[in-house]
Design a protein around this ligand. Structure first.
Ligand code: PMT
Length: 348
């Protein structure tokens, strides 16, 4: 910054030398940033991230509905949970044709949201657009159409054999909607997710210890800064593009320390090497000072998780019988969380 300032004093805006100097300066800055990441130095701060990646256009509108939702429950006894679900995309172009994505389908988040609703919580379901959602997740592809039959005089009937599957889901959905306890907040890309996470956390601050954050979304650790993204679709006619991904600052840090310090924050830890799970989760608890990490390994995540606190860790493992009977691990996870959260509330 100092160099720029000195140069600017010598070559003001109207000087013909100014533009090449700015160009050179930007290249040097880019080189510095790339080098900073390559050499493993710290990523930019979360403040820098938010000031250089502007809020999405519809943020204000979503923020208002989140604030209203939290306000509605601030004077009641209903606990409120923010469930994040699905993967975040990282665009490669401003006019995005291509993006980097991850595997998450939103199974964990959408199932968990249902169990929280069943337990009487109000749920802000922040999910990747078009990923699995509570209730509809039970019917994939054209299964819902298979429940319907064309009857006489062009009317439609529900196939009686589908009623046992459809009815409980419809009842639970109706209950959640009629009581106004479900708010759907979609996102697609990483920046959108992080802005929404920030405004939701801040809005939940007023709920104190009755607020829970259940961060099950698969959040990208890498991104391309806006000033380094091409405006238009990358062309295949030139040389192959060199894409340099930068580190995203860990958002758990300001979330716990500044945005929602009194809430019960639960993060997830995903690894592909099971030996790293507990160690990495304990490190996260030490670094970010939240309450619980739920550790899972990619391939066994539907049958086994480890609940890690700063005091201890213990596994939840699904038995074969439970899996065969169609029971879901989220049922056990949420029932554990209900007890931990209620202890947390009473101790606060
Ligand atoms: O949707 P499914 O297919 O059912 O899969 C569920 C799941 C495996 C995605 C889910 O159970 C899970 O593990 N989600 C967290 C995945 C993840 O982002 O893990 P991580 O180890 O990269 O990050 C750990 C934590 O740091 C996360 O809670 C994340 O919210 C947080 N994070 C991540 C990146 C970032 N820049 N800042 C963060 O604070």
């Amino acid at each position: 910054t100092l160099c720029f300032y000195v140069l600017y004093l010598y070559f003001p805006f109207d000087s013909v030398l100014f533009h090449p100097i700015v160009y050179l300066g930007r290249k040097l800055l880019l080189l510095y940033r790339v080098n900073r990441n390559v050499t493993g130095m710290n990523p930019i701060s979360w403040e820098e991230f938010f000031s250089s990646n502007l809020a999405p256009k519809d943020l204000d509108c979503k923020k208002k509905s989140i604030e209203l939702f939290c306000k509605k429950f601030s004077s009641s006894k209903t606990n409120v949970v923010l469930v994040t679900s699905g993967g975040t995309t990282v665009p490669l172009e401003h006019n995005t044709v291509r993006f980097v994505d991850n595997f998450s389908a939103g199974t964990r988040g959408s199932a968990s949201a249902e169990y929280f609703l069943k337990a009487g919580y109000a749920v802000i379901f922040m999910h990747r657009h078009k990923s699995l959602e509570p209730f509809t997740r039970h019917f994939t592809g054209d299964e819902i159409l298979d429940c319907l039959l064309i009857a006489e005089k062009d009317t439609i009937e529900v196939a009686s054999m589908k009623v046992p599957k459809l009815l409980p889901v419809l009842k639970e959905r109706r209950e959640a909607l009629d009581s106004g306890r479900l708010l759907m907040v979609p996102f697609t890309h990483l920046t959108e997710y992080l802005w929404l996470l920030r405004v939701s956390s801040e809005a939940m601050g007023a709920l104190g210890s009755r607020a829970m954050l259940y961060l099950a979304a698969a959040v990208s650790d890498f991104y391309i800064p806006t000033d380094q993204m091409p405006e238009h679709k990358m062309q295949s006619s030139g040389s192959p593009p060199a894409i340099s991904l930068h580190l995203v600052p860990k958002i758990l840090r300001p979330l716990v320390a500044e945005w929602v310090p009194n809430a019960f924050v639960v993060s997830f830890k995903l690894e592909t090497d099971p030996n790293l799970l507990v160690k990495k989760s304990q490190e996260a608890l030490k670094n970010y000072k939240h309450k619980l990490v739920i550790a899972n390994e990619l391939h066994s995540r539907k049958s086994k998780v480890i609940l890690v606190t700063s005091e201890n860790h213990r596994e939840i493992v699904m038995t074969k019988e439970e899996l065969d009977a169609g029971l879901e691990i989220e049922h056990h996870i949420i029932s554990e969380l209900l007890s931990l959260h209620s202890l947390f509330i009473s101790s606060n």
